[in-house]
Design a protein around this ligand. Structure first.
Ligand code: A3P
Length: 345
């Protein structure tokens, strides 16, 4: 009898223990999923002494998930009023360049407690249909934030679209503009790789990069090919300079953001007049991905989606040499205008 009671007691203890462990695991998973929705900076003393610019813990908790929910329109009016949340027009925009590392830059800047990212590319200024919907439509696409935070959006098509500089100027003539660039030939191949993947997915045929980048009639670089044109950075920048002084731009080295992101991010913090809050702790190298990933806190981290960091097809070296030679004078001009020199061949 006594033995039977002991067995029953053990069974009860086992069930209770399992329930407790199960609940604990659920809680951990739940908080984790919230974290993945919006990156979070570590909130303890890792960033050094607290300054006046310190964002209250509340703000960080919102970055962790609630802001995301609010952005999706789930916030009640009461919650918005209570937390003083607003949807703000961006104070800075990552205008390009496509395949330069625009997503990585946005996600990494979002680690800063004073920055709130617009998760989707909004395509307000480059898409006539969206632009016709008006600035209030654009503002409503922005995430909720505290008034002292800054909103950043990225739409790389802005850099190359004719009408965009004037439209952005009309919204805010003192806005800060971020351009992330990579060595132009590598960027063009990355651009090609992305389009190729899309074509392959739809079972469509597609030409080799060499055939697109070099005009078969002249054997010269094909400047009609979009991936080539986009990499002529100076041509596009010159259009922007008709509206904005060069001081309103910051050029990010996309190649360095891959290998050594922190110093690049620190330069951006400075440009945006933000206190330095992104630290090495927030960035760790993931050998499997071959890229830096983001660490939000001791438990939660995330890497960029698999569509970032594709393997490029091999390209004929003579074509690479030809392209590099072609881009060279444009690169020199770009260095001269921006005051930032890269070691591009
Ligand atoms: P590849 O796919 O050619 O490697 P964008 O976000 O503008 O489309 O840029 C994509 C590029 O971001 C990728 O190009 C990749 O090299 C680069 N990148 C920079 N930092 C990265 C990171 N931490 N994780 C993944 N990709 C990153």
């Amino acid at each position: 009898m006594l033995f039977k009671q002991q067995v029953l007691l053990r069974q009860k203890l086992f069930v209770l223990g399992s329930l407790a462990i199960g609940s604990l695991l659920y809680l951990v998973a739940r908080v984790g999923s919230l974290d993945r929705l919006q990156p979070l900076c570590p909130i303890d003393g890792r960033f050094g002494p607290r300054s006046q610019d310190e964002i209250p813990l509340r703000a960080l908790q919102f970055k962790r998930g609630l802001l995301h929910e609010f952005r999706k329109g789930n916030a009640t009016k009461e919650q918005i009023r209570l937390h003083n949340l607003v949807q703000q027009l961006p104070k800075a925009i990552i205008i390009g360049v496509r395949k330069g590392g625009t997503r990585a830059l946005l996600e990494m800047l979002n680690l800063h407690p004073s920055v709130v990212k617009a998760s989707q590319e909004i395509h307000f200024f480059d898409n006539d249909e969206n632009y016709a919907k008006g600035i209030e439509w654009y503002r409503k696409k922005m995430p909720f934030s505290y008034p002292h935070q800054i909103t950043i959006e990225k739409s790389p098509a802005y850099f190359i679209t004719e009408e965009v500089p004037e439209r952005i100027y009309k919204m805010n003539s003192s806005i800060k503009l971020l351009i992330i660039v990579r060595e132009p030939t590598t960027r063009a191949i990355s651009d090609y790789t992305q389009v190729l993947e899309g074509k392959e997915r739809k079972n469509k045929t597609y030409y080799k990069f060499e055939k697109l980048a070099i005009d078969p009639n002249t054997c010269e670089v094909n400047t009609k090919y979009k991936a080539v044109r986009t990499s002529i950075y100076t041509k596009h920048l010159e259009r922007w300079l008709k509206y904005f002084p060069i001081e309103q731009f910051h050029i990010v080295d996309g190649d360095r953001l891959i290998t050594e992101p922190l110093p690049e991010l620190q330069l951006v913090e400075k440009f945006l007049n933000l206190p330095p809050r992104i630290s090495q702790y927030n960035l760790y190298f993931n050998a499997t991905r071959g890229f830096y990933c983001l660490r939000f806190n001791i438990v939660f981290n995330k890497c960029l989606a698999g569509s970032k960091g594709r393997i490029h097809p091999e390209v004929d070296t003579s074509v690479i040499t030809k392209l590099r030679k072609f881009f060279h004078p444009f690169n020199q001009k770009f260095y001269q205008i921006t005051g930032r020199t890269f070691n591009w061949p």
